[in-house]
Design a protein around this ligand. Structure first.
Ligand code: CP
Length: 311
């Protein structure tokens, strides 16, 4: 792997190799007092976030540090981006300064692909940490890691993704990856929060959450992306919550073995009831934990190659 820009770039063999590495790393580090592997010593990872983040930025930093890489975090507000420097010049500057990998989050769909193009001659890898409404491939990988752990596999499992699909890079990356790994994906959303052309996606589409839940092995609640809805959104927050929120009563429609996921940050009480988010079949904290191991695995596959040392 040279870059990780889209979940669509991952064939089943590559995705499973990354997931296998992540679970091996998790097993290796479990119970260790000192969580430090020498694998990426001498490598430099730079994170550049033009949008807010807690989970993704922190877990990439921890992942790099646990692999002994040098990790530098650039925030758009305190860098020369604030003086008007372009994304291209920022990227070339980071590569010239010695970045082996740039992890980028940007509000524009396609930004990570553009960055990879500009850095093609430099040997610097690019990881897409979320670009506009387009993709968030490491989120899909950590969701897949969590589903593999909780359900014992992904092939043939029925995964229902609920909510603001229109603005969700998490939904797009999950549809790509889960389909590649053989899951049956159902999208449940109000018609106003589905993208044009969704009928061509490899999914079933429904507007009725109550009828979708009894067949689900996993339900993934999406964040309502108010920051991308400049004219407000329809249905209203109250209508949305009534029809598409995972309330306690609605969660009882799920089979007993079903897993509840949410990429975070959650709007408790609107997208998901607090009691449902904190219940034993919710894997939301485990998703965050797996995010570190998955991002370690991604950095390993990008920067160490097959000959790396994982001990
Ligand atoms: N799931 C996710 O991308 O969360 P952050 O925005 O906190 O990184």
């Amino acid at each position: 792997m040279k870059h990780l820009l889209s979940a669509d770039d991952l064939d089943a063999a590559t995705a499973n190799a990354v997931l296998d590495t992540a679970s091996e790393l998790k097993r290796t580090l479990l119970g260790r007092e000192v969580r430090k592997l020498p694998t990426l010593r001498g490598r430099t990872v730079v994170t550049v976030f033009y949008e807010n983040s807690t989970r993704t930025r922190v877990s990439f930093e921890i992942a790099g540090k646990w692999m002994s890489a040098d990790v530098v975090n650039v925030s758009a507000s305190s860098s020369s981006v604030g003086k008007g420097e372009s994304l291209r010049d920022t990227a070339l500057t980071l590569a010239a300064a010695g970045a082996n990998c740039v992890v980028v989050r940007h509000p524009a769909s396609g930004a990570a692909h553009r960055l990879a193009g500009w850095l093609a001659e430099t040997g610097t890898s690019v990881v897409n940490a979320g670009d506009g409404t387009h993709e968030h491939p490491t989120q899909a990988l950590l969701d897949a890691a969590t589903l593999r752990e909780r359900l014992g596999g992904i092939e043939g499992r029925r995964v229902t993704i609920v909510g603001d699909v229109l603005h969700s890079r998490v939904a797009r990356s999950n549809v790509h990856l889960l389909s590649t790994l053989g899951a049956d994906v159902t999208l449940v959303a109000p018609p106003t929060l589905l993208p044009v052309g969704v009928e061509a996606w490899p999914v079933t589409v429904s507007h009725d959450l109550d009828s979708a839940l009894p067949a689900a092995d996993a339900v993934m609640m999406l964040r309502v992306q108010a920051e991308r809805m400049h004219g407000g959104f329809f249905p209203s927050a109250r209508e949305y919550s009534l029809a598409y929120g995972l309330s306690e009563a609605r969660a009882r429609l799920l089979p007993e073995h079903a897993v509840v996921l949410h990429p975070g940050p959650m709007l408790r009480g609107m997208e998901i009831a607090s009691a449902v988010a904190d219940a034993p079949n919710a894997a939301i904290t485990e998703q965050v934990r797996n995010g570190v191991h998955v991002r370690m695995a991604v950095l390993y596959h990008l920067l160490a190659g097959d000959g790396g040392d994982r001990d």
